[in-house]
Design a protein around this ligand. Sequence first.
Ligand SMILES: Nc1nc2c(ncn2[C@@H]2O[C@H](COP(=O)(O)OP(=O)(O)O)[C@@H](O)[C@H]2O)c(=O)[nH]1
Ligand SMILES: [Mg+2]
Length: 394
Amino acid sequence: MKKVSVVLPTYNEKANITSTVEKVLAQQKSLPGWEIQIVVADDIRTSDGTDKIAQQLFRKNSKVHFLKVEPGLGAGLIKGHQFALEKIHPDVLAQLDADGQVEPDVLVRLVKGIEEGYDFVIGSRLMEGGKNKLTLARRIFTLGSSLFCRIVMGPSDVKEFTNSARAFTPQIFKKINLARLPWREKTFIVQPAFLHEMIMAGAKYKEVPLVFKNRLEGYSKNKVFNYTYDVITYCIDVRLHKWGFNIRFFYLTRRAKTFVKFGLVGFIGTLVDFLFYKIFIRSFGFPPASSKGISTEIAIINNFILNNYWTFRYRKTKTNFWQKLGIFNLVSLGGLIIGVLIVKYLHLTYGDGSVNIFGKAIAYNNFYFLATIPPVMVWNFLMNHFITWKHQED
Ligand SMILES: Nc1nc2c(ncn2[C@@H]2O[C@H](COP(=O)(O)OP(=O)(O)O)[C@@H](O)[C@H]2O)c(=O)[nH]1
Ligand SMILES: [Mg+2]
């Protein structure tokens, strides 16, 4: 009998784990000559008792194994496979979600793909016969991120990069560059990154159709904004390396995520400022200076709320909401003064000229405005990082 080990990563899946294990083991009847063994790789942060249930399954059934793993999907999958190699010695390594969203019959197609001589078989919602039954927003994410991966990272003939249903040979798994794969990062980026590393290791690959359903029980741990950010920066990282630029773009931008979010909020704030500036002039007949005063305060409040509940949400502060709003206003006032001083200095130095760009005269004052953005943003970020949302452990 040949053996296939199936890693099921879990993080708070008490309502799903038993039925998923049963359904996966039931695929045995469609895989004559194969024995299915399961590795439940449970996140140490699990708090709903999934581990107790998995341990009971392990005691009752010798085909079920159980291990606790460090936080993150990548750790669950990679540690799960390493455990399988050591304890089960399988002919094929496979992995599926534990939450029942993936129709388990894909396992049969995955294993048959390996039997046909492929090293790496990829479950795909985006090929003929595959289905993605998630919400519209999630379907757009699947399509968009896979398209981005195809174009920027490659390989361009793979249709789906962003789910976990896959099978591969132990030989090819041992060849991949684990040091380069960001499997310890707490993000789902391991899905496209692992696929790419398999290709880099020289895997002969193909896709097989997969049906992905909505979740019935439990909740998704997929943070779609973060995942999109990681997909974009990881693909750019790979592309830069292929072009010979050895910059650790993915890790750098991951560490700088708070700064990037802050910049995005600043950008939205500028649009809000401009929008209200126009509304007060056009609809209420306010003079421009008064309009600017009100629109800027609205933008400040807008930015404060976005930063408080998004950019710096993870920070524990000793100050309350209103104190932080007050400090934020003072910091913004500081930014305003810096901006005015920079424009004043540039105006005194360079005056009122203009430059010709593609036949259009662009006034110097536009550049004075642009020149204020980086220093004001750095000022605002540092002040808010070190004062407004200063992280305080109890
Ligand atoms: N060990 C481990 N498993 C995880 C982690 N995040 C998600 N999973 C599991 O990976 C599978 C897919 O995750 P899920 O939250 O359903 O993401 P979605 O299907 O993209 O919405 C599920 O079986 C989860 O329990 C994690 O951080 N650690
Ligand atoms: Mg899921």
